[in-house]
Design a protein around this ligand. Sequence first.
Ligand SMILES: Nc1nc2c(ncn2[C@@H]2O[C@H](COP(=O)(O)OP(=O)(O)OP(=O)(O)O)[C@@H](O)[C@H]2O)c(=O)[nH]1
Length: 739
Amino acid sequence: MRIYELAKELKMNSKDLVVLAEQELGITIKNHMSSITDLEVIRLKKALNIINNNKKVKPAKSAKTEIIDDEPLVDEKIDLNTAKFKKVDKKIITPVKKPGTAKPVPKVADEDKSAKDFNQKFPKKNNHQNKFKKPFQPFQQKQQEQPVKKEIKIKNIEMEDSIVVRTLADKLGVPVNAVISKLILLGVMCNMNQEIDFDTAQLIGEEFNAKISKIEVVDVLQDLEDSLSKEDTDNEADLIPRPPIVTVMGHVDHGKTSLLDAIRNTAVTSQEAGGITQHIGASQVEINGKKITLLDTPGHEAFTAMRARGAKVTDIAIIVVAADDGVMPQTIEAINHSKAAGVPIIVAVNKIDKPTANMDRVKQELSEQGIISEDWGGDTIFVPVSAKQHMGIEDLLEMILLVAEVQEFKANPNRSAKGTIIEAKLDKGRGSVATVLIEKGTLNKGDVVLVGSAYGKVRAMFNSKGKKINQAGPSVPVEILGLSETPQAGDILMAMDNEKDAKNIAEKRKNKRHLETMNASSKVSLDDLFDRIQKGEVKDLNIIIKADVSGSIEAVKQSLLKLSMDEVKVNPIHGGVGGINENDVMLASASNAIVIGFNVRPSIAAMDLAKKENVDIRTYNIIYTAIEDIQQAVKGMLAPVYKEVVLGRADVRQTFKVPNVGIVAGVYVTSGKITRKSKIRLLRNDIVIHEGDIASLKRFKDDVSELNTGYEGGIGIEKYNDIKEGDSMEAYIMEEIKR
Ligand SMILES: Nc1nc2c(ncn2[C@@H]2O[C@H](COP(=O)(O)OP(=O)(O)OP(=O)(O)O)[C@@H](O)[C@H]2O)c(=O)[nH]1
């Protein structure tokens, strides 16, 4: 609207309005032909209204003298002369006797307040003073009487990401309704108890001469947690070789325990005398002056359970295969578990003392699983051993050391300790007892540690011989005492600088764990695959197939592999004949996989575990249905394809500059419609000069969801201001096409 138009409407002088607008809106106005935005018009009208209201109440108020006790209306800047003058003015001043105060305190009543209001609103500029003559004459005298040159004080207000309207009003020192009115002008409809965001608050702040700044809320604990969980890489120069950590896996009765015993007995000679191996979950042996750390619990169950907790402690997997029995279901499981964890494999072909031993058969069967021995052109080391006869054990140990050398397992011992809990229990006499496998750094007796949701000071440490020790470096398993509670296997131990931090984080984690068990887990399932892919959380669909006959496994595997598309990789990580057992569930949990069964069912224990671990188990009778199910999930996972649909066109007839918003186009919809969610293509002479989102769509002052043909409205384009009269806009949407 142009100034003169508004002046006409308000029945006032254009020049006066220019002055008023400049002062009230804080903008420079060239002349009466200049235009101001709708918002500015409203603000001006409001400013005038306040004055007019004050004008109106004047006679009523002057009729009686009001005593206002609780509201100091005049600040200290008013000197005695002014007060005196006001006293003379009678109708305004009322001396109030305050109990205990000797002198009467001059108080100024409402009318003076309006004068003051006015003065504050329109601080005098000498050259403009006379220009207020007409509309504001009643106040002119007082302006002169009260030469308060009050500078507009900018308030500084701090807020977080959002603020409750009422709180903001309090901080601004203005009535909450005033804030709400301003919000409405900005198109924000809310009540005083609702929260507004920082940007909106900032706009409101400007209206009330306040600078609003954001305080970044720093969660010190979270920061500390984050820094702890960050993979802290040590300098290459600080790293020195550490013993490899080895797990023995294989089919039942193929000789895992016997092999572990044989290794310990072979190596025990180099250990200090008298040491009887204590069961702490892991032990160390020494061969040719080099150490190897052995995890006690054989089998992939423990291995995978640890991995499901996110712990990766094993460096090398020894797969034991009995030479007389060959590859069996659990051999395959063990292989797949190791592969899934990315751990190098050494095959120990056991029981070669037996006459029925058949090394070639083992090699043949393992090659079918993708494990090919070196002499067959592969890269897996096969070592023939007899745990019973103590044959080949040293060869095996040497091979372990060789692999370790190739893999270059290293750690920095000169730093604060970090390790993984491999076993923990509550001991009646000793309290929480946990075995930690130190991964890096050195743990000292007396160190403050944080272990999952437990914390404490290491009261005592024991090695696998039950000997008290004061220090433990990388790859050393130690039993520690002194934790606040019993941790879980797989929990990470970290030495901390102070006990308070350790305690706080432990407690925070405890709460979080509690919440997590209450909330749904993040495991993959066919139902939410699409969403997860959308969020970029899942790029592979790992599948474990269990079936009644091996033929089905192969058939499903082949069909699934054919399903793989660019956007998502279907990954059969394990297949086995037989019912769905706890191991399958654990592997699924550790590898974020789903389990598919054909003509098989999960055991009760597997079902319970699946529930606990949030593993998706699906059972089918017909392969086709299974494939179809997965196919659909995979299709859902695929990135949707879009096509453009033009909704309508509009002409830009005018542009408005809205403070803090930018340029808003006044448009007329010439065809179709424009919707709030559509994208806008700005055309100038039919050339696309910008494409973007709609920031605001209004009809008059109201936000609307669409504007139809023949209607006028306002359109703001997100982060774009170069809109000119005569431009046109094309609204379009991207429509999804189902694959
Ligand atoms: N002949 C012969 N027998 C062996 C050898 N190693 C183990 N055995 C025997 O095989 C059987 C199973 O050995 P374990 O060491 O218990 O096998 P495992 O794999 O630990 O078995 P689980 O713990 O039950 O899964 C025992 O009777 C052992 O004596 C070997 O090298 N030669």
